[in-house]
Design a protein around this ligand. Structure first.
Ligand code: ATP
Ligand code: MG
Length: 579
């Protein structure tokens, strides 16, 4: 490609809304332009990069035995109603009514649609297992689109769905997908960490996330000090803290007047107490069932862990329900006298570390002190569950090992789904004994744009992007420094030789100053730069520089092509997962 004919509009200015390096650099390097909040136009170099990522993904998916299909971007709402996800997905799902009054969904994912294919086409165990995937745009009306294409509203996703006759077969494909993901990310040059994740809302039993550790990541990765266990924050289990010793006689519960003091912080200041003495009480519901949940004042409830402890999806109760139950304004609930009135009572381990605590009095503007767990409210019994339902924090351990925290970007996730979708959408098959069963499913997603953006996050410097050769827009850039006929002639010759050798090369034939050319080459991040200038013509050599290194190597002009091909092979070999 000739730079003069290409559209790679590099800019100096950093867009005002671009907070992180990948977003800034993707705009500055002329890869993309913003169309509207969370939607981007990919310009030629940006699309070349995404195409390369897609090709790696496609290559590895095909190699794994999966088959590519393409499903529509517009899906009938009816399918989502059958699984109930029209409600569960919430406002993130964009939808519209067509001219015939039918409700449609802009695909945020495709479990429902792919399961409808299985319902129609699969009838026998002999057709199983099967793994179908697509690479297509998804739309999610993200609450806060930001960080460029790390969290955009429209993004390219590879989504795969597998169907099985039994758990063992699902386990096998899950393992193959897990290994395929490792190969994909390694070939893209990404340094990644695999963490256990909650399969939560998806309805399954097991899940792993592939994350790229970096500062701008929105996920928190929790890892034991020795690296033997890693999970995301939604999942990360913690050891129970030592229970309080209660060997003295305690005074009776005492009521204290706390006008308008509702939050933990307010109570702490007002009563000169430490949050570690406070028992936070929250009322949840699931249908008509009421659930009282306790956690120590200095901890946060982890919704995923709470859902697991409750054994189903539950949500915070509304104001009316809380008022009716506690007979007080919201902010004054407590377990004393209330524990017996709810259907379930879930207590985080941390509450048992409290010797004598402070909690709401179930009376507006009042709290109670000297609350002894086990004396003033039950800590065992039929409806009582003691569980780990809080977020891990600095200082926690798991299986005796200290937990460390770092940020990461989720680039892919694999799930064991079970039969949630197949049973609701009638994807059944006849097994060996002619018994009808729902297919057991797995699903596997990868964010194509997120791979590109997270690569930039971990691979850039002050001058611009440093692409790994496998997903770089071009492998080589030739910079003719100066305008002499001989310079241009030598550059053109090398350009033609490289094209003939199938090298992806960009020739900077623009009528620009050398400084501008070098700056752009660094910004765009092409792995190999070849410079031919007046001096090199005089000395009969070209200067080769790797974007990631400082050194410049001089090579005789006649040997430049071979040297470049050798370098490309070397850079590719570094990413070769089969080597
Ligand atoms: P997140 O938790 O970051 O919102 P998710 O868990 O909802 O992501 P999945 O449903 O697992 O995402 O989608 C599969 C992959 O699609 C993710 O691993 C991620 O790489 C990518 N992805 C999801 N949402 C976005 C988005 N808004 N912008 C870009 N990529 C996304
Ligand atoms: Mg995910």
């Amino acid at each position: 490609m000739r730079y003069s004919k290409s559209l790679i509009p590099t800019v100096k200015e950093v867009p005002a809304d671009a907070e992180i390096p990948s977003h800034q650099l993707m705009i500055r390097a002329g890869m993309m332009r913003k169309l509207a909040s969370g939607t981007y136009i990919y310009l030629p170099s940006g699309w070349r990069i995404l195409t390369k990522v897609m090709n790696i993904v496609r290559d590895e998916m095909n190699e794994s035995g999966a088959q590519e299909i393409l499903m529509p971007a517009v899906q009938p709402m009816e399918l989502w109603q059958q699984t109930g996800r029209n409600v569960d997905y919430g406002p993130t799902m964009a939808h519209f009514t067509d001219r015939h009054g039918r409700e449609n969904v802009l695909a945020p994912t495709a479990e429902e649609v792919v399961t409808s294919i299985a319902a129609g086409e699969i009838n026998s165990y002999k057709q199983l297992p099967i793994n179908l995937y697509q690479i297509s745009f998804k739309f999610r009306d993200e609450f806060r689109p930001r960080f460029g294409v790390l969290r955009s509203r429209e993004f390219m996703m590879k989504d795969a769905y597998s169907f099985h006759a039994d758990e063992k077969s699902l386990d096998e494909t899950y393992k193959i997908m897990y290994e395929t993901y490792c190969r994909i990310f390694s070939r893209c040059g990404l340094k990644y960490a695999i963490v256990e994740a909650e399969s939560g809302e998806m309805g399954g039993s097991s899940s792993h996330q592939f994350t790229v550790p970096c500062e701008s990541g929105e996920d928190i990765i929790v890892q034991t000090e020795d690296g033997s266990y890693a999970a995301n924050l939604e999942k990360a289990p913690v050891d129970a803290l030592p229970k309080a010793k209660r060997d003295k006689k305690y005074d009776k519960v005492q009521e204290v007047h706390t006008p308008n003091q509702k939050t933990i912080d307010e109570i702490c200041v007002f009563l000169k107490a430490n949050a570690k003495e406070l028992i936070k009480s929250l009322v949840y519901k699931s249908g008509s069932e009421l659930i009282l949940v306790l956690v120590r004042g200095d901890f946060e409830i982890n919704p995923e862990k709470l859902r697991c402890a409750a054994g189903k999806s539950i949500e915070l109760a509304d104001e009316e329900t809380i008022k009716k139950l506690t007979k007080a304004e919201v902010g004054f609930a407590g377990p004393v006298g209330l524990a017996e009135k709810v259907n379930k009572f879930i207590i985080d381990h941390s509450v048992l570390t409290i010797e004598a605590g402070i909690t709401g009095a179930n009376k507006t503007d009042y709290h109670i002190k000297n609350v002894i767990p086990g004396r003033d409210f039950p800590i065992e019994g039929k409806n009582v569950i003691i569980a780990d339902i809080r977020n891990a924090v600095e200082g926690d351990t798991y299986k005796g090992k200290k937990l460390l925290f770092k940020r990461g970007i989720e680039v892919g996730q694999v799930f064991k789904l079970g039969t949630k979708y197949s049973s609701k959408l009638g994807a059944k098959f006849l097994d060996k004994d002619s018994v009808e069963k729902p297919c057991i499913m797995g699903c596997y997603g990868i964010g194509i744009n997120r791979i590109a953006a997270s690569t930039i996050e971990i691979s850039h410097d002050d001058d611009g992007i440093i692409w790994p050769i496998s997903i770089a827009p071009y492998e080589v850039i030739i910079v003719p420094a100066g305008n002499g006929d001989e310079i241009l002639k030598a550059a053109e010759e090398l350009y033609n030789e490289l094209i003939a050798a199938d090298v992806e090369v960009l020739l900077d034939d623009r009528d620009a100053r050398g400084g501008v050319q070098f700056k752009d080459a660094d910004l765009i991040g092409i792995p190999i730069r070849v410079t031919i200038g007046a001096k090199s013509i005089a000395e009969n050599n070209a200067e080769i520089k790797l974007r990631r290194d400082k050194e410049i190597t001089k090579v005789p002009l006649q040997k430049t092509k071979e040297k470049i091909i050798e370098l490309i092979e070397k850079l590719k070999a570094e990413l070769d997962v089969d080597a």
